[in-house]
Design a protein around this ligand. Structure first.
Ligand SMILES: *[C@@H]1O[C@H](CO)[C@@H](O)[C@H](O)[C@H]1NC(C)=O
Ligand SMILES: *[C@@H]1O[C@H](CO)[C@@H](O)[C@H](O)[C@H]1NC(C)=O
Length: 293
């Protein structure tokens, strides 16, 4: 790396005027070339941060790729505020271009910071999860030290702030307890943000696309981190399906708790009604009914 005198006053005075001028022009050309080089090297889309940079270290983050997700985001953030959160934690919504100004304003109205992002979608595959890859952007919200990333089609029943105090580690995730293998579920992550966490996943996506293999965010996260991420204890983040059982039976998400105990302890419930789709119109009412089990 050549060090250039960025301040023209640093050029020795005994050099003739035209040489000085040429030197300054050369310097400008260099600066231009260098910025062009930076642009060319920008292999990955960068979130276009719309609002002022935050002063907080922590944030709850979700992503919004459709008007339906605007609705669930409002419900989710509202439930989060009702459950309670620390003052030093921001609410952030990653919002894609298709979302209307009014919808964006409604999310902002809950005190959330809006970060505009491009959609990342799989080229093929299931409609429900096609655009869920967009959540990868959250991994590089490096203006925060640590974030909790949650799918918007869920509801918070108890404060989650304690997750910000976990010992430093790049990723904590719940186990996909409904699968027999040790697999991470992508419904909730505790992330120590870094550009590398994003690029690792983006590279896996590109490699899958090169061989026309459909992959979703959960596949990518597991390929990248299943062996290294820390598992969150079961019972913190679960699927609503657990509550379709009688209160006295054993909860699928916990070795010892029955469904009634699970309802008392659970913090985040994710709506998952595959193959009916992930969104419930009366989502909040259903969850409140569940919470009153
Ligand atoms: C957006 O909000 C403004 C002001 O509340 C309203 O006049 C307008 O009709 C809304 N636009 C849409 C598309 O809903
Ligand atoms: C669930 O388990 C708890 C003990 O963890 C017990 O006290 C409670 O009665 C059980 N509830 C039902 C409905 O079986």
């Amino acid at each position: 790396m050549i060090s250039l005198p960025l301040n023209p006053a640093a050029i020795p005075a005994n050099i003739p005027r035209t040489t000085k001028l040429r030197f300054i022009i050369a310097l400008c050309v260099c600066a231009l070339l260098f910025s062009a080089h930076l642009v060319v090297n920008q292999r990955y889309p960068v979130p276009d941060v719309q609002t002022a940079l935050p002063k907080q270290r922590f944030a709850y983050v979700t992503y919004v790729t459709s008007e339906e997700y605007v609705c669930t985001t409002l419900v989710m953030f509202d439930s989060l505020l009702a459950a309670g959160k620390r003052k030093d934690v921001d609410l952030v919504a990653l919002v894609t271009q298709g979302i209307s100004v009014n919808s964006t304003a409604r999310i902002e109205g809950l005190g959330a910071r809006i970060v505009k992002v491009d959609v990342i979608r799989t080229l093929r595959g299931d409609e429900t999860w096609k655009e869920s890859l967009t959540k990868m952007f959250a991994f590089k919200l490096i203006e925060y030290e640590r974030i909790i990333l949650m799918d918007a089609d869920g509801i918070i029943l108890k404060p989650l702030d304690f997750l910000f105090d976990l010992p430093p580690y790049f990723l904590y995730a719940p186990r996909a307890y409904w699968l027999s293998d040790v697999t991470l579920t992508s419904i909730l992550y505790v992330i120590q943000t870094s550009e590398a966490l994003y690029t690792t996943q983006y590279d896996i996506l590109k490699a899958a696309e090169a061989i026309s293999k459909p992959v979703y965010d959960m596949d990518i996260a597991n390929e990248a981190f299943a062996k290294t991420a820390a598992l969150l204890p079961n019972g913190i983040a679960i699927l609503n399906g657990d509550f379709k059982r009688s209160p006295s039976v054993k909860a699928p998400s916990h070795l010892f708790w029955n469904v009634s105990r699970l309802a008392e302890e659970v913090k985040y419930v994710h709506w998952s009604e595959s193959p009916m789709g992930n969104l419930g119109v009366d989502q909040k009412a259903s969850f409140i009914a569940i919470a009153q089990l």
